[in-house]
Design a protein around this ligand. Structure first.
Ligand code: SF4
Ligand code: SF4
Length: 279
């Protein structure tokens, strides 16, 4: 994790090594099965997974989010982390290759993670309310020494690259995740206790477990949730994640994003009044 933190710092500070790019910036790069390094980047690599990556991959593989997490991810523990993160696990073979790399390339290509789509581009996002040169989002190039794609003759803009790689589908979900991970709660020094960390992990990465929690506990008795939305989140993982974000903002950050059922609210009020009478 330290290595990653150092890289982040270098990207933000060292504009010479990591020049800032916008959507119109052109760069030369092409990756195809004919490059001499084909598949070499799909081994021994740190790939952070987003909630949408997990949803796409576990559905493509036809397994539950719990099974996906157990088989294909690592959750590094670091007491300095504000929120839980997960990495794509590599195999325990000599080259530490990705579980999904095959002779002809990525076997989950249509549902490959955001980071795999983005490479060789990286994206730096500012925190809420930040001022100065880092307040604007920017792209940068990550040039892995093994990668020969930079010697290819194809030139494109950042916008063209994002379009070709299908990044749009990932953007809305990425924004929702960013609204959680870059929440001002953390800037103000807020720390999630273990219970709320677990809650964050479940909503963001273990979406099937979150569904069980919503439908198999007293959750829907406590909160006033629209019937049409209840129907949607029974089966739609993307809608469930969006709903989960709303709930996390309420439960983890104390925002007013959920409607508490009026019966529950009245009971709580009555309990509160009864307690006050006793005093
Ligand atoms: S998911 Fe696919 S593209 Fe990404 S590292 Fe694994 S094999 Fe490579
Ligand atoms: S190392 Fe670069 S060029 Fe080679 S396969 Fe990976 S992304 Fe493509």
């Amino acid at each position: 994790m330290k290595e990653i933190e150092n890289l982040k710092e270098a990207i933000l500070k060292d504009e010479k090594e990591y020049p800032r790019m916008d959507l119109d910036t052109k760069f030369k790069f092409r990756c195809h099965p004919g490059v001499p390094c084909f598949n070499e980047c799909c081994a021994d690599v740190n790939i952070f997974l987003t909630p949408y990556d997990v949803i796409r991959l576990k559905n493509a593989l036809g397994i539950s989010s719990q099974e996906f997490l157990s088989k294909y991810t690592l959750a590094p523990f670091d007491k300095n982390l504000n929120y839980p993160v997960i990495l794509l696990a590599m195999q325990e073979n000599e080259s530490k290759s990705c579980h999904f790399v095959g002779d002809s390339g990525c076997t989950v290509y249509a549902d490959r993670p955001w980071a795999c789509r983005m490479y060789p581009l990286g994206l730096a996002s500012p925190r809420d309310g930040i001022t100065g040169p880092l307040q604007k989002e920017f792209y940068f190039l990550l040039q892995e020494p093994v990668c020969k794609g930079f010697s290819e003759d194809k030139e494109q803009t950042v916008a063209q690259w994002l379009d070709n790689e299908g990044i749009d589908d990932y953007s809305e979900m990425g924004e929702l995740f960013k609204n959680l991970t870059l929440h001002s709660f953390f800037d103000k020094g807020g720390k999630l206790d273990p219970g709320r960390m677990e809650m964050f992990f479940t909503v963001c990465y273990n979406i099937d477990k979150f569904r069980e929690f919503v439908f198999e506990s007293t959750f829907l008795q406590k909160f006033d949730v629209d019937d049409a939305l209840i129907e949607k989140i029974k089966t739609d993982d993307v809608e469930l994640f969006k709903f989960g974000c709303q709930w996390l903002r309420f439960a983890a950050f104390g925002e007013d994003t959920m409607k508490v059922d009026s019966t529950v609210a009245n009971t709580k009020l009555a309990e509160l009044k009864a307690k006050q009478k006793l005093k």
